[in-house]
Ligand binder design. Structure first.
Ligand code: ADP
Ligand code: MG
Length: 451
């Protein structure tokens, strides 16, 4: 449970910045995390019922935002008081058994359904393909390969397929994983068998091949992981030959993913469908839909105001929407007005400007993205696996921060400023010409600036 505690500390740390000292000290700091359930609910214990009511009535949105930031947006929370805790503890053993049995459905965010997905010109083909696959898994488009930029609804559509199948075809076994989890599961299965204990690799194969539907989200994460790519190739074939449905998402088309050709051709053997940035009407419809689901009360001109902004990422647009409503609530209003929206946007810009990004911070992000160490990236090695991330880190530092070339050179083991210029120009050129580099750079940039 150490992890849960640590993560909870991060949540309350964030809360500390959002509420007054008294509120924090009297109500928030007394909460205690009990469990993160299989259906993604964080159970919090509040020793007093008054504290529970106070938090739910006045700070529930803030708490939810912080929980989302730390645990992910699928996680909801529930506060239980003393009396409820006893009941909870009694039931908890049975519950675990139940959630285990119904794990198929609980993998999916219940809000990510086809009904909640707004269809427009930018995504209608993808929506139709996803719906067809959900209705006839394994029979029509196999694999279904969906790609788009970040925050444009890939994960939502995958969950929608999952929710649909779990409802209409409950006897089918579905497995949804992020590519990261697939990679980790595979590595973990090898690690244990190398130790000479029971081989976990069979369990791994069993887990991934004994399913009717396999969904892998963000497959581009597999790049550079040779043995996992190999294993995935075999998993893919085993499922495909048995007419099992495979659904894959990615931030770019198969031909631009750096994997061997035989896997690229597998990816392309079914249907490849992309999604674009939604137009104004679709963005407006998404905002209306979201406001309805989340019970945000907003004037119509607020919705227009947000939809007119050039968002290229729906998640960010939704974040702004909740911020506007939250802002109005803070002002004691029930309905957000255009004035609140303008204020919230202004604040957002100031916040972004104030965000402390350091060069070390950027280097760390690049390292974890490519799976290399700080020493390697700032060191002398000249292999391709290191040089490319190094150049990207240099490019990003130069782009995001206002540092001299000599200072940047020092960060990378005292490299000469001409080396820094070379790296910067090389990546700037690739960003223009090469989709893959562009998407890596953009992805990293949004990760770095959103911390
Ligand atoms: P991706 O996986 O492509 O990065 P997500 O599926 O996580 O994007 O979508 C980001 C957010 O935007 C989610 O909250 C999702 O519900 C919402 N979203 C994206 N597209 C749509 C849409 N067409 N209709 C409704 N919500 C959408
Ligand atoms: Mg996603």
């Amino acid at each position: 449970m150490q992890d849960l505690q640590e993560m909870w500390q991060k949540v309350i740390f964030k809360m500390q910045n959002l509420v007054s000292f008294i509120t924090y000290d009297v109500w928030i700091s007394k909460l205690e995390p009990l469990e993160l359930t299989n259906d993604n609910k964080l159970i919090l214990y509040s020793p007093s019922n008054a504290a529970k009511q106070q938090i739910l009535n006045h700070h529930s949105k803030q708490l939810l935002e912080c929980v989302h930031e730390v645990f992910g947006e699928y996680v909801d929370y529930e506060i239980i008081d003393k009396e409820e805790k006893e009941k909870y503890l009694e039931k908890s053993a049975d519950n675990k058994y139940e959630t285990f049995n119904t794990s198929d459905k609980s993998q999916f965010n219940e809000k990510y359904t086809f009904d909640n997905f707004v269809v427009g010109g930018s995504n209608k083909f993808c929506y139709a393909a996803a719906h067809t696959v959900a209705e006839n898994p394994g029979k029509r488009f196999n694999p279904l390969f969906i790609y788009s930029g970040v925050g444009l609804g890939k994960t939502h559509l995958m969950h929608a397929i999952g929710n649909y199948i779990a409802e209409h075809n409950p006897n089918l076994k579905i497995k949804y994983v992020t590519c990261e989890k697939f990679v980790n599961d595979y590595i973990e299965s090898l690690r244990v068998s190398e130790n000479g204990k029971d081989s976990k690799i069979f369990e791994f194969k069993d887990n991934y091949r004994n399913v009717d539907v396999l969904m892998i989200d963000d497959i581009q994460f597999i790049e550079g992981k040779k043995s996992t790519i190999d294993e995935f190739f075999h998993t893919f074939n085993a499922l495909y030959q048995n007419d099992k449905q495979i659904i894959i998402t990615s931030d770019r088309p198969p031909k631009e993913i750096d994997v061997e050709d035989r896997l690229k051709s597998r990816f392309s053997s079914g249907l490849i469908q992309d999604m674009q940035i939604p137009d104004f009407e679709t963005r407006l419809a998404i905002i209306k839909n979201k406001a309805l689901i989340e019970k945000y009360y907003l004037d119509d001109d607020v919705m227009n105001f947000i939809a007119e902004k050039p968002f290229t990422n729906i998640r960010e647009m939704e974040g702004m929407l909740s911020k506007v409503f939250f802002f109005a609530t803070l002002m004691g209003k029930r309905i957000a007005t255009l004035e609140d929206a303008k204020e919230a946007f202004k604040e957002d810009i100031i916040e972004k400007e104030q965000k402390q990004v350091t060069p070390e911070n950027i280097i760390n992000h690049v390292c974890s993205y490519f799976g290399i160490t700080y020493e390697e990236i700032t060191g002398k090695k000249k292999t391709k696996e290191i040089v490319e991330p190094r150049m990207i880190a240099i490019y990003l530092i130069d782009d995001i921060l206002d540092l001299t070339l000599v200072t940047i050179g020092k960060l990378f083991g005292g490299r000469d400023y001409t080396t820094i210029i070379h790296a910067r120009e090389k990546i700037a050129d690739l960003v223009k010409k090469d989709n893959k580099t562009r998407s890596i750079v953009n992805d990293l940039k949004s990760k770095i600036t959103s911390v």
